[in-house]
Write a protein that binds this ligand. Structure first.
Ligand code: ADP
Length: 217
């Protein structure tokens, strides 16, 4: 059994009388701790694929097996999958300006029922891990773009996901900050986290185990 098996995903969008074929039988298999970079032109379905793998959107047909179980089958605990098995990092980090870095990171775990002291302690540990041990009490608007994205990564790791989905995580960052994020991903991978990253920046894909190119249909 593989860690993640994505098979024959078909996804179309209907917009008035137009049918847009976004994914046309996409498949890939990943083992635990592997990393894959997904590249391809704008509109080729990269975000759609990430949403489907993360259980945020359903395919028209095809399956996503996580540790052997179909995440879209009736009765599968899809909310638990989204909240606890998968971490999401987006181009825009959606941090909350009214809260400081620790609170932003701790939020998903507190929502999932972790006690506040425990959540804040784990948030500190994660901020240390992404190199922000000296920024606990900064609010997002007091942090640089690269630092904000590292807070967002720490937040994505809060529930200790086995799978990290990163959709253009460096889209707003300069090259140095982008490499910084890639180093963090490298360390996570060595701890066994499986990483799927969408990027338009070919320079960032070299350390990934696999590279998949999506075509526009
Ligand atoms: P990428 O991430 O590679 O840029 P997307 O997955 O965002 O591609 O989009 C793929 C195609 O599907 C695009 O042509 C986009 O316009 C279309 N699309 C995405 N979401 C929707 C939607 N909710 N309704 C209609 N069309 C959509």
């Amino acid at each position: 059994m593989s860690f993640l098996e994505v098979s024959n995903i078909i996804k179309t969008y209907k917009k008035s009388s137009n049918i847009i074929n976004v994914l046309n039988g996409f498949s890939m298999t990943l083992e635990g701790g592997e990393s894959v970079a997904i590249v391809g032109p704008s509109g080729s379905g990269k975000s759609t694929l990430m949403h489907i793998i993360g259980g945020l959107d359903r395919p028209d047909s095809g399956s996503v097996l996580f540790e052997g179980e179909d995440i879209f089958k009736a009765g599968y605990p899809i909310d638990k999958y989204r909240n606890n098995k998968v971490g999401f990092v987006f181009q825009f980090h959606y941090l909350l300006n009214d809260f400081n870095a620790i609170e932003n990171v701790a939020m998903p775990a507190m929502i999932s029922g972790m006690s506040m002291p425990k959540a804040l302690k784990h948030a500190e540990f994660l901020l240390d891990k992404v190199g922000l041990g000296d920024r606990y009490h900064h609010h997002p608007n007091e942090l640089s773009g690269g630092e904000q994205q590292r807070v967002a990564i720490a937040r994505a790791l809060m529930n200790e996901p086995r799978l990290l989905l990163a959709d253009e995580p460096t889209g707003n960052l300069d090259l140095n900050n982008s490499y910084e994020i890639m180093n963090i991903f490298d360390r996570l991978k060595s701890e066994g986290v499986t990483i799927i990253m969408v990027t338009h920046d070919e320079k960032l894909t070299s350390k990934f185990d696999k590279r998949i190119v999506l075509e526009k249909h």
